[in-house]
Design a protein around this ligand. Structure first.
Ligand SMILES: [Zn+2]
Length: 138
C-alpha cells in the first residue's frame, strides 16, 4: 500500500493470495471464533488463539444508511450488511458496497473487499473492509 492510503482500523483485514480477507481469532480450546481478533477467547478466557482468515460468506441481513452519523464519515447513502461465515459460525457486520437494498437477497454470496471509505482532511483515501455481492458465475 502507498503512504497516500490510510487504514481506518488496523488488524481487521489483510491481502492474502491477491484477495482481501478478514482476520478472525479462533479459540483452540472451545472452538469459538471472534472478530476482531483478541489475545483471549471471549467465551472461555483461553489464550490459545490461532488466527484464521475468511473471505467468502453468505448475506444474512442488510440495510441502507441514509442518515449521517458522527461515527461514520462515509458519503450517504451507503449499505450495511451482516454476513455469515458458516465454517466459523460467526456473523460479521460491515459496510456493503451495494447501496440498493432491492438488489440483495438473503443467503447470496458475499465477498470481502478492501475499498475506500472516505477521504480524510488531508485528502488521503481511508480504506476499510466491505462486503461485495459476488456476481453470478464468478
Ligand atoms: Zn475459548
Amino acid at each position: 500500500m502507498s503512504n497516500e492510503i490510510k487504514v481506518l482500523k488496523e488488524g481487521l483485514f489483510k491481502e492474502e493470495d491477491g484477495k482481501a480477507v478478514l482476520l478472525l481469532g479462533h479459540c483452540l480450546v472451545c472452538g469459538t471464533a471472534f472478530f476482531p481478533e483478541r489475545p483471549f477467547c471471549s467465551r472461555c478466557g483461553s489464550d490459545q488463539i490461532e488466527q484464521v482468515s475468511v473471505s467468502d460468506g453468505k448475506l444474512y441481513s442488510w440495510t441502507t444508511v441514509i442518515h449521517p452519523s458522527q461515527e461514520n464519515k462515509m458519503a450517504l447513502p451507503y449499505g450495511m450488511a451482516k454476513v455469515d461465515f458458516p465454517d466459523h459460525k460467526i456473523r460479521i457486520t460491515g459496510v456493503s458496497t451495494e447501496t440498493d437494498s432491492e438488489k440483495l437477497t438473503r443467503g447470496q454470496d458475499m465477498r470481502v473487499v478492501v475499498a475506500k471509505a472516505y477521504e480524510d482532511e488531508d485528502g488521503k483515501d481511508v480504506v476499510t473492509y466491505m462486503f461485495q455481492p459476488v456476481e453470478e458465475g464468478k
